[in-house]
Ligand binder design. Structure first.
Ligand SMILES: NC(=O)c1ccc[n+]([C@@H]2O[C@H](COP(=O)([O-])OP(=O)(O)OC[C@H]3O[C@@H](n4cnc5c(N)ncnc54)[C@H](OP(=O)(O)O)[C@@H]3O)[C@@H](O)[C@H]2O)c1
Length: 250
């Protein structure tokens, strides 16, 4: 663990993804202390050493919710809480034969694990008296799609965040709940399609700006708001193109 004088503390849950790493870099540049939760902490050590802030990398067992809750609680106690917790765990997959194992894996991480983490963090922030929880979510949750469990899990996460926000307001708790609705990412910056897929640096910057403004829900990058709107309101016969095509063949 590197120790430097810092202004605030942020936890990133699911910190091994390229987007999480970019968020970590930008938060480190803002002098924010970081606690990074990953499946394999040893694989993150060299990345952590590059960051110019106080960093600790800890294990996360999201498939064992009770263990994950203990891991978060232990870190919370050790670091005396956190101002911001970003939840960026997620899995996706597609197989037209619809194997149950694929659906189960998505539900376990995106629904069960996500609920265990956000529920635990909310209660820790309630005790602490303040905080902000940000879920890196997807516009895929606006409507059903070809990866059924993934789309459904993202709708679940959005509704869970809304419920937590309502709960915080009813209890008059200064806890901000932010739902980050992502479009597609240029994860490896390999696609070179800067028009459709914005670079991670820009995505992370827009996310952190929205969090600083305490936004409840934000579309990143901004142009994906239009896609999200279309996804939600297109009539079924246009949205469900395969249905439309098969009808045309008859
Ligand atoms: N990529 C996109 O275009 C896109 C678009 C819209 C929304 N999103 C959303 O953004 C979030 C991150 O997506 P991403 O594309 O950045 O995915 P990613 O690179 O695969 O990252 C997912 C993160 O979740 C962690 N994770 C997965 N399974 C886990 C498990 N069993 N236990 C602990 N950690 C686990 C991964 O850790 P490991 O590396 O250790 O497995 C990784 O840190 C997801 O919620 C996704 O829905 C992504």
């Amino acid at each position: 663990m590197t120790t430097v004088d810092t202004a605030a503390t942020a936890m990133i849950i699911g910190a091994s993804s390229s987007l999480s790493k970019e968020l970590a870099r930008q938060l480190a540049n803002q002098n924010v202390k970081l606690i990074l939760f990953v499946q394999q902490p040893e694989a993150m050590q060299s990345f952590a050493a590059e960051l110019n802030t106080s960093v600790e990398v800890l294990p996360l067992s999201i498939l064992m919710p009770d263990t994950a809750i203990s891991q978060i609680k232990q870190a919370w106690q050790q670091h005396e809480g956190a101002h911001l917790v970003i939840i960026n765990t997620g899995v996706n997959g597609y197989d037209s034969s619809l194997p149950w194992e694929l659906e189960q894996g998505i539900i376990n991480v995106n629904v069960m694990g996500f609920t265990a983490i956000s529920n635990c963090v909310f209660k820790l922030m309630k005790e602490q008296g303040y905080g902000q929880i940000a879920a890196i979510n997807s516009i895929a949750g606006q409507r059903g799609g070809p990866s059924m469990a993934y789309h459904a899990s993202k709708a679940y996460a959005a509704n869970y965040m809304q419920g937590l926000s309502m709960h915080a307001q009813r209890l008059k708790l200064p806890i901000t709940i932010s739902d980050i609705q992502l479009g597609l990412l240029d994860k490896a910056a390999l696609q070179q399609n800067r028009f459709l897929l914005p670079p991670l640096e820009k995505v992370a910057k827009q996310i952190l700006t929205a969090l600083q403004k305490g936004k409840r829900r934000v579309y990143v990058t901004k142009r994906w708001r239009v896609v999200a709107w279309l996804n939600r309101y297109l009539p079924e016969y246009i949205y469900n193109t395969r249905h439309w095509k098969s009808k045309k063949k008859k």
